[in-house]
Design a protein around this ligand. Structure first.
Ligand SMILES: CC(C)(COP(=O)(O)OP(=O)(O)OC[C@H]1O[C@@H](n2cnc3c(N)ncnc32)[C@H](O)[C@@H]1OP(=O)(O)O)[C@@H](O)C(=O)NCCC(=O)NCCS
Length: 163
């Protein structure tokens, strides 16, 4: 039997990532990366002056863990995406775009010259997101990643000009 139902679109809020988010984002990271980062590694990165990030949460009653996050670094006028992930159940709703846009805005405000990232050449979702945000390929590192699914794969180095 088919049961129709209405699902209200979810509401989300974006805010700066803090050290307190480290355990929750390490859980999200583990979902998607072959070499997951521990909460201690996230906490150590977030303790650095050059590192910043954003978390996105569902709004509503009570404190909720992030359903997506981005971590970035700004050093010597150049930004770098360290990692970005959105929980599977929350994808294709614009959250990855929002997280990346928040980093671009912050770097722009801080007069950074460009934002760089590395992405697995087989990661079509992320590459489509980055191209849509104006990133272009500026290099390739062969055999950079290794996954049980794809074996050794290359990394694309992408750059987004900010000036
Ligand atoms: C990459 C990732 C962060 C995208 O997050 P998301 O919230 O689903 O992305 P958005 O909804 O903001 O998508 C923005 C645009 O990116 C592109 N895109 C995102 N996912 C895509 C997919 N699966 N296939 C094709 N294009 C995709 C589309 O152009 C999309 O716009 P549209 O929905 O209007 O077509 C998410 O897939 C993820 O967490 N992946 C696992 C971790 C990862 O690979 N991180 C990147 C490592 S470098």
């Amino acid at each position: 039997m088919r049961i129709p139902f209405l699902q209200r679109p979810r509401d989300y809020a974006l805010e700066p990532l803090t050290i307190a988010d480290s355990p929750a984002v390490s859980v999200l990271h583990r979902e998607d990366f072959v070499r997951p980062w521990t909460d201690g590694e996230f906490a150590a990165l977030l303790a650095q002056d050059t590192v910043f990030g954003y978390a996105v949460r569902e709004t509503g009653q009570g404190a909720k863990p992030p359903v997506g996050f981005v971590l970035a670094r700004l050093a010597a006028g150049e930004g770098e995406i360290l990692t970005v992930a959105v929980a599977r159940a929350h994808r294709r709703q614009g959250l990855g775009w929002r997280l990346m846009d928040a980093v671009l805005r912050q770097l722009h405000a801080q007069r950074a010259e460009a934002l760089f990232l590395e992405v697995d050449e087989t990661n079509m979702a992320a590459i489509a997101l980055y191209r849509g945000l104006g990133f272009r390929e500026v290099g390739k590192r062969p055999n950079y990643y290794r996954s049980p699914e794809h074996g050794p794969t290359g990394a694309l180095v992408m750059r987004r000009d900010l000036r």
